[in-house]
Design a binder for this molecule. Structure first.
Ligand SMILES: Cc1ncc(COP(=O)(O)O)c(C=O)c1O
Length: 391
C-alpha cells in the first residue's frame, strides 16, 4: 500500500534533470543539514573539519560569499555575520575577558563606541580611547593587559585617516592584535592585510550590498590562530546570516567596481564644490588636503569612496542645518550609506571628543549614483535659501 498523502507531502523521491548552469549563485536555505550516518553527527563551526553540520555555520551560499571575500581581502579565512555591528561585536568578544584592556579611537562610529562602553565595560573590560592620529605613539598606551587595538580608518563621521601601518607596528612589537573596520574602503581601497592588520571587519550592508536592501557583515582573519578564536566565538554566539542576503551581496560584488568608480568621481566633484562655498568651514573628505590624515590616505589607499562630512561655518548651527537638510530634494535623510541613493545624516557627536572641535555643525554625506550636476543643483538651491535666511 502506498504511503498516506500526509507522508508524501514531506518525503519524496522526485528528481529533476541535472546540469542546470547559471551565472547566479544558487540560494541554499536550511537550518538542518543532513548527515548520511548517525556516527557522522558532529557539531562544529569549522568547515575545514566537516563541510556542513548546521545552518547557523553557513550554507553553500554563505560560504561562497565568505570565500569570495577571503580571496578579495587576501585573508586566511572570512566569516559572514548578520551585520557590520555584529561583526564588530564578535571581534571584541573574541579578544576580551574581564580584566582585559582595549584601545579604541575617539573617532569610532557611534554603535561601536556604545558596544565598548556598555557591553564590554559591563563585563569588566577596560576601554580606553585614543586620538585617531596617534600613529606610533599608541605604543605608550599599551599595557600588559591590552588585548586589542581597534582602528576605524577613516572614521565614518569625522573622517580622520589613521596611520594604520604605524599602529600595527607598535602593537605587534608588544604582541597585541590589531582590528580594523575597513568599511569606508569597501574592503578594496585599503589593503588591510598587506598593511599588517590581524582582523578586518566590513559592513557589507554598505558598498558590497550597494542597494540599501540587506544587512550583513564580514570578519576576515590573518591566520589560523585568529580563525580558531573568532570561529569558536561565533559558534557560541549563534550568529546566523540569511543566505538570501548573501546571494544579494554576491550580486553586489559583481558591480562594486563600477559603482565605486562613479561614486568616487561624483563625491569628489561635490566635495570640491562644497569646499568652495563660503557657508562651509571645512570639508572632511580623505582625498582633500583639508582632511586630518590626508597624507596617510595618499600613501595607503588606492582610491576614495562616497562618504565624507562638512563642517558649516558659524553661526550656522544645527537648527539651520536641519532647515537646509529639509529643503534638499534628491538627498534623502537616513542612517547607513553605500547605496545608490545619496544620503545625509546629522550625527550626534555629543559623546565624541570631536564635539568640541566641530560642535553641532557637522553634516555627513553619502554620495550615490545620481548625476552629480543634479546633486549640486539640489545643494545649491538649499544652500542659497540658508544664506538668504541670514544664518
Ligand atoms: C563604519 C561602520 N562600521 C560598521 C557599521 C555597522 O554596519 P551594520 O549597519 O551592517 O550593522 C556601520 C553602520 O553604519 C558603519 O558606519
Amino acid at each position: 500500500m502506498g504511503q498516506d498523502w500526509r507522508t508524501r507531502l514531506i518525503h519524496s523521491d522526485v528528481s529533476v534533470p541535472e546540469g542546470f548552469r547559471s551565472l547566479a549563485t544558487p540560494v541554499f536555505r536550511g537550518s538542518t543539514t543532513l548527515f548520511s550516518r548517525a556516527s557522522d553527527m558532529v557539531d562544529t563551526w569549522n568547515h575545514d573539519d566537516v563541510p556542513y553540520t548546521y545552518g547557523t555555520y553557513g550554507t553553500p551560499t554563505t560560504l561562497t560569499l565568505a570565500r569570495r571575500l577571503t580571496a578579495l581581502d587576501g585573508a586566511h579565512r572570512c566569516f559572514i555575520t548578520p551585520g557590520g555591528q555584529s561583526a564588530i561585536a564578535v571581534v571584541y568578544l573574541s579578544y576580551t575577558a574581564s580584566g582585559a584592556h582595549v584601545l579604541v579611537p575617539d573617532s569610532i562610529y557611534g554603535p561601536s563606541r556604545a558596544f565598548a562602553n556598555r557591553v564590554l565595560s559591563r563585563h569588566g573590560v577596560e576601554v580606553e580611547y585614543y586620538r585617531p592620529l596617534i600613529g606610533a605613539s599608541i605604543e605608550e598606551l599599551i599595557k600588559s593587559s591590552t588585548r586589542l587595538v581597534w582602528c576605524e580608518s577613516p572614521g565614518s563621521l569625522t573622517m580622520e585617516v589613521q596611520d594604520v601601518p604605524a599602529i600595527v607596528k607598535a602593537a605587534h612589537r608588544k604582541g597585541v592584535t590589531v582590528a580594523l573596520d575597513n568599511t569606508w574602503a569597501a574592503g578594496v581601497l585599503f589593503d588591510a592585510f598587506r598593511h599588517g592588520v590581524d582582523v578586518v571587519v566590513q559592513a557589507l550592508t554598505k558598498y558590497v550590498g550597494g542597494h540599501s536592501d540587506l544587512l550583513l557583515g564580514s570578519v576576515s582573519v590573518r591566520d589560523e590562530t585568529v580563525y580558531q578564536r573568532v570561529g569558536s566565538t561565533l559558534q557560541d554566539l549563534g550568529m546566523a546570516t540569511s543566505p538570501d542576503d548573501c546571494s544579494l551581496a554576491l550580486r553586489g560584488l559583481q558591480t562594486l567596481a563600477v559603482r565605486l568608480s562613479v561614486i568616487e568621481s561624483s563625491a569628489l566633484t561635490i566635495a570640491r564644490w562644497l569646499a568652495a562655498r563660503e557657508e562651509i568651514a571645512i570639508v572632511l573628505h580623505p582625498a582633500l588636503v583639508s582632511c586630518p590624515g590626508h597624507d596617510a590616505w595618499v600613501r595607503d589607499f588606492s582610491g576614495s569612496s562616497g562618504v565624507f562630512s562638512v563642517v558649516f561655518r558659524p553661526p550656522i548651527n544645527r537648527t539651520r542645518i536641519c532647515a537646509f537638510v529639509d529643503r534638499l530634494k534628491l538627498f534623502r535623510i537616513g542612517y547607513s550609506w553605500g547605496g545608490v541613493t545619496s544620503l545625509v545624516a546629522l550625527p550626534d557627536l555629543a559623546e565624541s571628543p570631536n564635539a568640541g572641535t566641530y560642535g553641532d555643525r557637522l553634516l555627513r554625506f553619502s554620495i550615490g549614483l545620481e548625476s552629480p550636476d543634479d546633486l549640486i543643483a539640489d545643494l545649491s538651491a538649499a544652500i542659497s535659501t540658508l544664506r538668504n535666511s541670514n544664518a
